[in-house]
Design a protein around this ligand. Structure first.
Ligand code: ADP
Ligand code: ADP
Ligand code: MG
Length: 641
């Protein structure tokens, strides 16, 4: 076993790897960018080396700086985590050339799986079922159109070098094929420097089921499947293991195919074979097809760990240091059911816009496994993936594990940035999901209802008003401080309410003309006659109410008033990204809410809208521009007066 390893990553995954390394008695070296000087992974490691600026290309993607840090600190091996350099074969070669060990597969295995077309051809040879389609070299548009006709519509065009759902187009009719092909190739060329595409049969109502594999370079075992069908725009939101409705026959067939795939490339370390499954009438042993292989530890690996009892990072460290596979296939069994929810700093009602902020208050449930890279007071910066934590639960049955997930999310408290926690809670309460009726279209179909069910609720707001007035604690103690007026107006950023103290333990809050009766009894809050799981928390950024449909009220700060000198007249880029489109030109009249531009960042497109009515004075960015966070994009003329 190694004595010291370097972790070439940040955030929750760096912390996750350090946890296991420490458990095994290894010393750890962290690397960090300017933006991460005070980050949790830096504090957790035995040593930390600064490797550059906040942009990934200036730090976490600088293989040379990372290898130098490993050599300088005497680390023997490098764990890449996921993302960044984890699937970069040139980095793997450079690590070996420096006399260090890469904790992961060989460069050649990564290269073989790096392009989706070559990977599919290889898997076909190995006898692994692949999605029917065309993955040849001929990229002539007419040829591809004929292939699409032969496959039969609907078809999916995919960038062979693709990832993160980019360069993918669903085409329903052959008359739309040419235009979709052109835009997919354009996006692929920009994003991956490779315009080549493949064409696949589009599976209707598909499920995404993937198999965890682990190899030692010659042999491989599988650690069963994960169902990642709960996706929004091809991005996983909640994952689980095992897959609901899985039959022993299909599990055996998928597991065997995944092991064949891994052994075909002499795979070493942890990897995932992603399959698309036609789940329209139940799971069938002949109804799954290879999509791609991810040659690294996957974000959702904890659900597999919880059902198998295996520490996958421990296995990675042991196999990379030369030990043989820690278990035989027959030693591995499934125990219960597990879920993982990805908690993001994002504004769900605003179209899942990534958010940033300083976490004025942060508390995780103690009855769930929580993987996180942040602590209270830490900042979610615009530079990296805005994931705050992964909340992972385990139970004897799927129903128990799901109730555990719901309750863990209800007990999660984050203030200082908006999050998707209430959207995740709404998902755990979704009827079809509860029954295990999952497919990749579930979220899109029910999006409006899910978003609505996760919006803040006036009754939670009424409680927040009490907290903002400083009355939550005196109420709990059964008496109110009598020197305070019995009836007063409470204001915060964006609203106000009338608060009346009716007696010990009771109050009335009138919001938008609607009175809400508040009481505290039996250890919990009651609003309008119903008990709630709400908690009122006062913190540096204001008052929050947690416990489902959470919200934060920010007190009015007389000194900060008028801070927006432009009065909403300047639209800034909320994060570093690529300007995809600009819809206005100077001189044009706009009204509040009009689309001004589209920014692509964090693998998503975000629509920027006008904050007020006005006339465009200046357009400061063009489609195709790469912009930093805070870059001015569009300026409106000053308002009169
Ligand atoms: P996995 O395939 O391991 O489940 P994903 O497919 O969700 O993970 O993501 C693949 C990679 O993209 C990961 O390395 C992750 O760091 C990165 N990633 C995932 N979500 C985001 C996001 N919202 N913004 C930026 N990067 C992301
Ligand atoms: P990426 O590299 O972006 O992860 P994948 O090939 O893994 O691309 O596909 C991402 C997602 O797109 C899948 O999880 C699934 O939801 C959907 N998808 C991919 N291929 C198909 C297909 N042939 N039919 C239907 N949906 C598909
Ligand atoms: Mg994928």
């Amino acid at each position: 076993m190694f004595q010291k390893i370097l972790i070439a990553n940040r955030g929750e995954i760096a912390c996750r790897v350090i946890d296991t390394a420490r458990k095994l008695g290894l010393r750890t070296v962290a690397v960090y960018s300017d933006a991460d000087r005070g980050a949790r992974h830096v504090a957790m490691a035995d040593e930390a080396v600064h490797i550059g600026g906040p942009a990934p290309r200036d730090s976490y993607l600088r293989g040379d700086a990372i290898i130098r840090a490993a050599l300088d600190t005497g680390a023997q091996a490098i764990h890449p985590g996921y993302g960044f350099l984890s699937e970069n074969p040139d980095f793997v070669d450079a690590v070996a050339a420096a006399g260090l060990i890469f904790i992961g597969p060989s460069a050649s295995a990564i290269r073989k799986m790096g392009l989706k077309d070559a990977a599919k051809a290889l898997m076909e040879q190995a006898g692994v079922p692949v999605v029917p389609g065309y993955h040849g070299e001929n990229q002539d548009p007419d040829h591809l159109a004929r292939q699409a006709d032969q496959i039969g519509y609907p078809v999916l065009i995919k960038a062979v070098a693709g990832g993160g759902g980019k360069g993918m187009r669903l085409v329903e009719h052959n008359r739309d094929f040419a235009a979709a092909l052109q835009s997919a190739q354009g996006e692929a060329a920009t994003a991956f420097g490779n315009p080549a595409v493949l064409i696949e049969k589009y599976i209707q109502q598909p499920r995404h089921i993937e198999v965890q594999v682990f190899g030692d370079g010659s042999r491989a075992v599988h650690l069963f499947e994960r169902d990642c069908s709960l996706q929004r725009r091809h991005q996983k939101v909640i994952e689980e293991a095992p897959a609901p409705g899985m039959t022993p026959e299909m599990r055996a067939a998928m597991g065997a195919a995944a092991v064949r795939a891994a052994e075909a490339i002499n795979y070493s370390g942890a990897g995932t074979i992603e399959f698309i499954v036609d789940g329209r009438d139940g799971l069938r042993a002949d109804g799954f097809w290879f999509m791609e292989m991810n040659t690294r530890l996957q974000v959702e690996h904890p659900v597999t760990e919880l059902i198998t009892g295996v520490d996958l990072v421990e296995w990675q460290l042991r196999v990379a240091s030369g030990e043989s596979l820690p278990a035989r296939q027959e030693d591995l069994t499934i125990n219960g059911h597990a879920f993982e929810a990805r908690l993001y700093a994002e504004d769900v009602p605003a179209g899942f816009l990534p958010a940033t902020g300083t976490l004025a208050h942060l508390k995780f449930p103690d009855h769930a496994r929580v993987e996180t890279g942040v602590r209270p007071g830490d900042t979610i910066s615009p530079w990296y993936d805005p994931m705050i934590a992964k909340i992972v639960t385990h139970g004897a049955t799927r129903a128990i594990a799901l109730r555990e997930l719901e309750s863990a999310l209800v007990d999660t408290e984050v203030a200082g940035s908006v999050t998707n926690v209430d959207f995740l809670i709404a998902l755990t309460r979704h009827e079809g999901f509860g029954k295990g009726e999952v497919d990749t279209g579930l979220i899109a179909r029910d999006l409006d209802a899910l978003v609505k069910a996760s919006e803040p609720d006036p009754r939670a707001k009424a409680l927040a008003v009490l907290g903002l007035a400083g009355l939550d604690d005196p109420m709990i103690r059964g008496g109110v401080t009598l020197w305070q007026p019995l009836r007063r107006t409470i204001s915060w950023e964006g609203g106000e309410a009338v608060l009346e103290v009716l007696g010990p333990g009771t109050a009335r809050v009138t919001l938008d003309g609607t009175p809400h009766q508040i009481g505290y009894e039996g250890g919990r809050w009651w609003v309008d006659g119903s008990p709630r799981r709400s908690r009122i928390v006062n913190h540096a950024a204001g008052t929050s109410v947690f416990g489902g449909r959470s919200l934060t009220l920010v007190p009015l700060d007389p000194l900060a008033r008028g801070g927006d000198e432009t009065g909403g007249g300047l639209t800034l880029s909320p994060m570093p990204g690529l300007v995809k489109a600009v819809f206005v030109e100077s001189g044009q009249e706009v009204v509040a809410g009009d689309r001004l531009a589209i920014l692509e960042a964090m693998k998503m497109e975000h629509t920027l809208t006008a904050a007020r009515d006005g006339r465009v004075a200046e357009v400061l960015a063009r489609a195709g521009d790469q912009v930093e966070a805070g870059a001015p994009l569009i300026r409106l003329e000053e308002e009169d007066g």
